[in-house]
Design a protein around this ligand. Structure first.
Ligand SMILES: C[S@@+](CC[C@H](N)C(=O)[O-])C[C@H]1O[C@@H](n2cnc3c(N)ncnc32)[C@H](O)[C@@H]1O
Ligand code: SF4
Ligand code: SF4
Length: 441
């Protein structure tokens, strides 16, 4: 049993150190303040609550019964690991502000505003004390994420937090998660962020505001455009995060959002499957592969809670034949990613290209037929390497229900043209593990 809390430190605006930023928020692990020292931080990270988390997970038990089972940080199938004990933090999550300008329908923000102790805007001095203590004790810190249960950009001194991180941990990746209903210039300005993830759950005001109550979608779009314009040496990356609700999942709106993402020049548009109330019925984990994608920088993802127990597939041998054969071949294909989600749902992503158009792809696991799909995603990256294969779309995605637990699987793709003639066949054995292995060749 494992949990991400042993490499993540989550600090609320009032200095409380809690379990994760959703269900785990009811568990208090300690407190920091502007008085925090290297010694008091060490004490906190080794206190009774952390000791209880460590001993429970190591013994294969959830630390907080009735809470952990619902928490997105739990990795019930993973072996126990304790990077924190080795002074390695992959993420420090900071809530600069619990205040928010919106009233989203499933968010705990309004409840927290009435129940959480002040301050609801974090003191920069508290954050500096924590950074200084971590550095003093030799902690490695890979990333800082500005998020929580409020809107980070409601903090009038937001940019100072980014500057502080840069001063103490210049290598740390800095990500802001925001609703983007503010002026980019007045809030982020020239702060040296690496990534800005903007919640834009819809392209049209009528659909967007059904979840993002009080929000204005034109402000979100302007914010993203200004973020792109503010880039210096490629940073920050601007990511449009579009959660799929029942109000914003029409094919027309999804395609129009992709077109707008292209016009704005955002780095990625990601459509996210959620498990919350009002979630899209049309696109769930089982059917996400059918979401129409017409641009190379558009992708799909899921709320972290879906990833408890995911098995990642690694190819046991090279997927593409030697160079000579590669040059002669009238087709090429590759499986980029294979995952088995809990419930034995196989998810696969890849591309297939040929001199003639590929009309159909059939997938087999061993001798068992799993189903068929079509290339649906544009892959200019593939076209750039194989300019003779121009029949976009070249990318495909696939979901299939497996029967029972598998550790190894031999996958075969059969590619067909419009006359139902087989063009080519790609076979590869995969082994599955809880951690992501080496990418395919
Ligand atoms: C509570 S918000 C705080 C940051 C910021 N105010 C925002 O909304 O992006 C943290 C994250 O929760 C996500 N979120 C909000 N409602 C959600 C829902 N119903 N399902 C999944 N994620 C949700 C947001 O998109 C954001 O990435
Ligand atoms: S799974 Fe349990 S221990 Fe881990 S963050 Fe969530 S509540 Fe805390
Ligand atoms: S903008 Fe973010 S913090 Fe504010 S209510 Fe919506 S989800 Fe919650």
């Amino acid at each position: 049993m494992n949990c991400e809390i042993l490499h993540t430190l989550y600090i609320k605006s009032n200095g409380e150190v809690l379990c994760n930023d959703d269900f785990g928020e009811r568990i208090l692990l300690g407190r920091v303040s502007s008085e925090t020292t290297a010694a008091s931080l060490d004490e906190l990270l080794n206190n009774e609550a952390y000791g209880h988390i460590r001993s429970s997970l190591a013994a294969g038990r959830v630390p907080w019964e009735g809470v952990c089972e619902e928490c997105a940080f739990l990795r019930s199938e993973e072996p126990f690991a304790d990077p924190l004990a080795e002074k390695r933090l992959s993420k420090l999550q900071l809530e600069p502000s619990l205040l928010c300008n919106l009233d989203c329908r499933c968010c705990s923000n309004d409840l927290q505003i009435t129940t959480r102790e002040q301050p609801h805007l974090m003191e920069p001095a508290t954050y500096e004390a924590v950074l200084s203590a971590l550095r003093n004790r030799g902690y490695r810190l890979d990333s800082v994420e500005y998020c929580g249960q409020g809107e980070p950009l409601m903090h009038p001194r937001f940019a100072e937090f980014v500057q502080l991180t840069k001063r103490y941990y210049p290598q740390a990746w800095q990500r802001l998660i925001t609703n983007g209903n503010v002026s980019y210039e007045r809030t982020v300005g020239a702060a040296p962020l690496d990534e800005v993830m903007v919640a834009g759950d819809g392209l049209y005001q009528e659909s967007y505001a059904q979840y993002r109550v009080k929000g204005r979608v034109e402000k979100v779009l302007r914010f993203m455009g200004d973020g792109v314009a503010a880039k210096e040496r490629g940073r920050p990356l601007v990511i449009w995060k579009y959660i799929l609700f029942e109000f914003n999942d029409s094919k027309e709106e999804l395609l129009a959002a992709q077109e707008r993402a292209r016009e704005l020049g955002v780095d990625t548009l990601v459509f996210v499957v959620t498990h919350s109330q009002y979630h899209s019925q049309r696109y769930t984990m089982e059917s996400i592969a059918s979401l129409p994608i017409v641009q190379a920088n558009v992708t799909t993802n899921a709320h972290p809670s879906f990833f408890d127990g995911v098995l990642y597939g690694s190819p046991q041998r090279s997927l593409i034949a030697g160079l000579g054969e590669k040059l002669r071949r009238r087709w090429q294909a590759r499986i980029d990613e294979v995952m088995i989600m809990p419930g034995e749902l196989l998810q696969l992503r890849g591309w297939a290209a040929a001199e003639t158009e590929i009309a159909l792809i059939r997938l087999y696991a061993g001798d068992a037929y799993l189903g068929e799909t079509l290339p649906t995603d544009l892959r200019p990256d593939v076209e750039a390497v194989y300019p003779r294969f121009r029949h976009q779309p070249l990318g495909f995605r696939f979901s299939a229900q497996l029967e029972g637990v598998v550790e190894k699987i031999s996958l075969t793709l059969h590619l067909y043209d419009h006359q139902q003639e087989e063009i080519g066949r790609l076979s590869a054995p995969f082994v599955f593990a809880l951690e992501q292995g080496a990418a395919p060749d």
